[in-house]
Design a protein. Structure first.
Length: 290
């Protein structure tokens, strides 16, 4: 498996197909190869394997062959529709979250749908979501919402709080905005200290200005690299999830880091990450350092 490829969790479900479409759209701009990965988890009782695949029990070699044909055909159809791209497929064995985490070490980007069946049943529900998004070795894109396959030319949104992870997210977001030819919207959330009233009047303006000033240097650095990207900044009081979910309404992608400081602390280690994955109106990119 090449380290520059886009790995797509694929099981033939509608959401997996949306993830594949998004990955192909991304690959069309970057030229990276795309690999479809089906994680085949052997069943100990009769159950659902995948669309058009009969239920069976371990070691059901017939079911595995059907899975291999399902993924091979999906890759062949994708390659035929995008002849300029290299598209391949592979079937892996084991628990889906663990296998995807391991395979992500050899990928440039991991793309998942919000729900699946068969090998990906419940993949993005509960603890498995946190495991994949928090522990993958490369950025993860969870495809959901109207902009699943690139969609209309809409802005890229990124949450930045000055932490190292959020600055990595900013770089990822700037590059995607530049490749899509869309504006970048930077969101910074802040909370008043517990027990203190919200600042008002000049005090509030000073607080916003101070937070905004902390973004000047990284934004200037990326602005020199991508001078054509239009950038807007929103500094507001509120929870990071609420601000980012709201900003995602007219976005093609919302980008966050795995860990943050202040308003973004624990963004992808608890309820906030679940809110983004469950309620964002567009795909969500989770960026970490390799």
């Amino acid at each position: 498996m090449s380290g520059d490829e886009i790995l797509v969790g694929y099981d033939g479900s509608a959401d997996a197909s949306m993830a594949l479409d998004w990955a192909l759209d991304e690959a069309g701009r970057t030229g990276r190869p795309v690999r479809l990965a089906y994680v085949f988890e052997w069943l100990t009782v009769a159950g659902w394997i995948g669309p058009g695949v009969a239920p069976g029990v371990w070691p059901d070699d017939t079911a595995r062959r059907q899975v291999e044909e399902l993924v091979r055909k999906a890759a062949a159809d994708a390659a035929a529709a995008h002849p300029q791209l290299t598209v391949s497929s592979e079937v892996f064995d084991g628990p889906p979250a663990l296998v995807l985490q391991e395979r992500s070490a050899q990928a440039d980007l991991l793309v998942l749908g919000t729900r699946g069946h068969g090998g990906f049943g419940g993949l993005l529900a509960g603890s498995t979501t946190v495991a994949v998004t928090a522990h993958a070795h490369c950025p993860v894109v969870v495809v959901r919402g109207e902009a699943a396959a690139g969609g209309r030319a809409r802005r890229v949104v990124v949450g930045v709080d000055g932490s190292e992870c959020s600055l990595l997210a900013l770089g990822f977001a700037v590059e995607r905005a530049a490749s899509r030819g869309v504006p970048l919207h930077v969101v910074r959330a802040w909370h008043r200290p517990a027990g203190q009233r919200s600042p008002a009047g000049p005090e509030a303006r000073e607080a916003v200005a101070a937070d905004r000033a902390e973004l000047d240097e990284p934004l200037a650095r990326w602005g020199r690299a991508f001078p054509d990207v239009e950038v807007t900044v929103q500094v507001a009081e509120g929870t990071p999830a609420a601000l980012l979910v709201d900003a995602s309404r007219d976005a093609s992608l919302v980008v966050v880091g795995t860990r943050g400081l202040g308003g973004l602390r624990g963004m992808l280690l608890g309820s906030v990450s679940q809110q983004l994955v469950q309620h964002a109106h567009c795909p969500v990119a989770v960026v970490r350092e390799r």
